[in-house]
Design a protein around this ligand. Structure first.
Ligand SMILES: *Cc1c(COP(=O)(O)O)cnc(C)c1O
Length: 357
């Protein structure tokens, strides 16, 4: 007797997590290099004493806190076990097997995976040659079966961002019945005022969802907590497909404690963005092509050389994130980590177009 599982899952690419190699500098997963602040660790420790109890399924305290902070009613907030869980819930909440999700490619690698897992169709639109979203192309790719569009802003892994005027024009033109999810996992690293805060756009529209996470700027990647602001009927549907109790009590406590020290967290983000701009300048001076990043990582569009570059970095005990055939994404760490990466980058012979040695 054999058990039968879904045949279509065989073709599903697995999510590739950033590698962890003992003793190496890890710049592969867009994490914060600095650990949680002492007050956040204390909140996690206090919550640990209560883990014999189920978590608050509705995460009431966290939802109320986020609603107040974002100035929206609590009924517009959904929380989940990381914003990747909310991405999946959005697909589940909007699509049946005959419907489609639309997104740019290359973008967040979870989009194609979760879309296929949920069983919806998908359509992708290539990034422009400057590695940014082709919103006109995406608008043209919307069909009567499109239900959900992901716009990752800033885009993972290229770091590019769409500007207010192009995004507003896109949102104004999206047909009725299509939900646009602005995935702002890296919002706290945006320093360019021309890149809009999705919340300003969300407030005046009923077809926009804004996704955020505590994993990146707030340094809680290991605990899994994210949130979205969504029009009330959308938030209600997203909550219906929430896996019960999947947002654990330690994560809820840590998220609340992190909001208490938000100023310190945002100061850390400013230090990261200063380093990002320094690393970008240095890489450009070395001859690498580097699109301007609005996130906590940089993108090197190395094409076929991405894999060789990755091997070179591993030889320097630096773990980056290669996307074979496409490019390499390097997270901005602390200054010493970034310096170690820059030293490796300086020593790569092919950076000015010479063949790799
Ligand atoms: C990291 C990331 C997320 C989500 O991270 P979680 O840890 O699941 O909150 C969502 N979108 C993008 C584009 C990301 O890079």
């Amino acid at each position: 007797m054999t058990a039968r599982t879904r045949a279509d899952l065989e073709s599903l690419p697995g999510y590739i997590p950033g590698r962890s190699i003992p003793g190496a500098v890890k710049l592969a997963s867009n994490e914060m290099s600095a650990g949680p602040l002492p007050s956040v660790v204390a909140a996690i420790r206090d919550a640990a004493a209560g883990v014999n109890r189920y978590p608050d399924n509705g995460a009431g305290a966290l939802v109320d806190r986020l609603a107040a902070r974002l100035d929206v009613p609590p009924s517009h907030i959904s929380v989940g076990a990381g914003s990747v869980a909310l991405c999946q819930q959005l697909v589940q909440a909007t699509c049946t097997p005959t419907d489609e999700v639309l997104f740019a490619w290359r973008s967040f690698e979870a989009y194609p995976i979760i879309t296929q897992v949920v069983g919806a169709g998908q359509r992708t639109v290539p990034l422009r040659s400057d590695h940014s979203h082709d919103l006109d192309g995406m608008l043209n790719a919307i069909t009567p079966v499109t239900r959900l569009v992901f716009v990752c802003n800033p885009n993972n892994p290229t770091g590019t961002a769409v500007r207010r005027d192009e995004l507003v024009a896109f949102l104004d033109a999206v047909p009725d019945g299509v939900l646009v999810a602005l995935d702002e996992a890296y919002r706290e690293f945006v320093t360019d005022p021309a890149v809009p805060d999705g919340m300003e756009l969300y407030r005046h529209r009923d077809n926009v969802v804004v996704l955020r996470t505590f994993s990146k700027a707030y340094g809680l990647a290991g605990l899994r907590v994210g949130y979205c602001a969504a029009p009330e009927p959308v938030a209600a549907s997203v909550n219906k497909v929430f896996v019960p109790f999947s947002l654990n009590s330690l994560a809820q406590a840590a998220a609340l404690a992190s909001l208490d020290v938000e100023d310190e967290m945002l100061a850390r983000c400013r230090a990261v963005t200063a380093e990002r701009d320094r690393v970008t300048t240095e890489l450009l001076a070395m001859g690498y092509p580097v699109p301007r990043s609005h996130a906590n990582f940089v993108w090197l569009p190395l094409g076929e050389q991405a894999v060789v570059f990755n091997e070179h970095c591993l030889g320097h005990k630096i773990v980056i994130r290669p996307f074979p055939g496409d490019g390499a994404r390097i997270t901005i760490g602390d200054p010493a980590e970034n310096e170690a990466f820059l030293t490796a980058a300086r020593g790569w012979p092919a950076r000015r177009g010479q063949p790799p040695m």
